[in-house]
Design a protein around this ligand. Structure first.
Ligand SMILES: [Zn+2]
Length: 349
């Protein structure tokens, strides 16, 4: 089975756009979320710059602690909010390489116009929450900021050579375009709980990496701040973080090889009512334990109770976490593509 699938978009429902809430006065909800990220498979994130020889180490901060950079977390949650909140396609440029490495495949017109990157101050939910630029203009600074998640406990893993991580290029239209010939959606990778794939030849090529991941069981403390979020924005952020009981996130390098499955566990949520705070010295509400669980399930219900959205159904299916799942994932080989030019991704499963 192919290691990824697409989460479809309802093309009949364009992103709802409006100006972001202001930064110069308090409105909406502000606060802080803290919790723990646990690796459920080995995970790897590159340090930069890359080394020229030997295994690449996992990224560390100036104190030498392993971290998951705030920028990686922001990227993950921006794309999830785009997906579940029906935002724009920020990173879509529609131009792909063909088999010879030339940028000859143009799907620019295969994304409905309304779903392109926001370009005015009327912004989709993801651009309002995470910020948006157009050319050199700052359209919104964003209202959510992630700190680097810092190691709490690191389980070591030996250095490995990954398998070749080149997927099929989009020459195979039946994979990348839906029957209406729009793009098939956003790409998400399946979890591979029973083991990562490594190269047996123990050599570094153009297509793989020699890396030292951290092992299953490693933990990081994460935190993020938000200001002036509207109710729906907060609900969407909380769902993106909490997901559902039998779902996990994927982060970092080597997703097709089975790396990067992590569990986000929210431990504390602090809501701050700034308007109230200055008058009465109150207005701070803290949720932990059972009260937090109740609050989260109430806030995320608009997503968890939705059993009909094709987008949510696909995300649940692809990011389902079942520790005993032994499905073998691999890219179909070239020969298969040559023989099955019209077969879509769902028919390969
Ligand atoms: Zn947008």
């Amino acid at each position: 089975m192919n290691p990824y699938d697409f989460v479809p978009v309802n093309w009949d429902r364009s992103p709802i756009r409006k100006p972001a809430s202001p930064h110069d006065r308090f409105s909406g909800v502000s606060g802080k979320i803290e919790g723990v990220i646990t690796a459920e498979t080995p995970v790897f994130i590159f340090n930069s710059p890359k080394r020229m020889s030997g295994a690449e180490p996992f990224i560390t901060n100036q104190q030498g602690q392993h971290i998951i950079p705030g920028s990686s977390l922001k990227g993950l949650f921006r794309s999830l909010v785009e997906t579940v909140g029906n935002g724009c396609f920020l990173f879509y440029d529609g131009v792909y390489e063909d088999e010879d490495g030339n940028k000859n495949i143009d799907y620019t017109n295969e994304l409905p116009k309304d779903f392109g990157k926001c370009e005015t101050i009327n912004l989709c939910i993801a651009c309002r929450m995470f910020g948006a630029m157009h050319s050199s203009d700052m359209l919104s600074l964003g209202h959510v900021s992630f700190n680097d998640a810092v190691e709490v406990n690191i389980c070591e893993h030996e250095a490995i050579y990954t398998i070749a991580l080149m997927g099929p290029k989009p020459r195979h239209d039946a994979f990348y375009l839906d029957p209406e010939q729009w793009i098939a959606g956003r790409k998400f990778y399946f979890h591979q709980p029973t083991g990562i794939k490594r190269s047996h030849t123990k050599t570094k090529t153009r297509y793989n990496e020699h890396i030292t991941p951290i092992n299953t069981g490693s933990q990081f403390a994460f935190s993020l701040q938000f200001t002036n979020l509207e109710t729906l924005e907060l609900k969407t952020l909380l769902y993106a973080l909490d997901l559902e009981q039998d779902m996990r996130h994927k982060i970092g390098y080597g997703k097709p090889a089975g790396l990067g499955s992590v569990h986000f566990d929210i431990k504390r949520l602090t809501l701050i009512d700034y308007a109230n705070r200055y008058v009465t010295n109150q207005g701070v509400t803290e949720y932990k334990g059972e009260a937090l669980a109740d609050y989260l399930s109430g806030q995320t219900r608009i997503f968890t109770d939705n059993t009909t959205s094709p987008t949510l159904k696909a995300l649940r299916r692809i990011w389902r976490w079942d520790p005993s799942d032994t499905t073998a994932y691999h890219y179909p080989d070239r020969d298969w593509f040559d023989k099955n030019p019209d077969t879509s991704i769902s028919e390969t499963q």
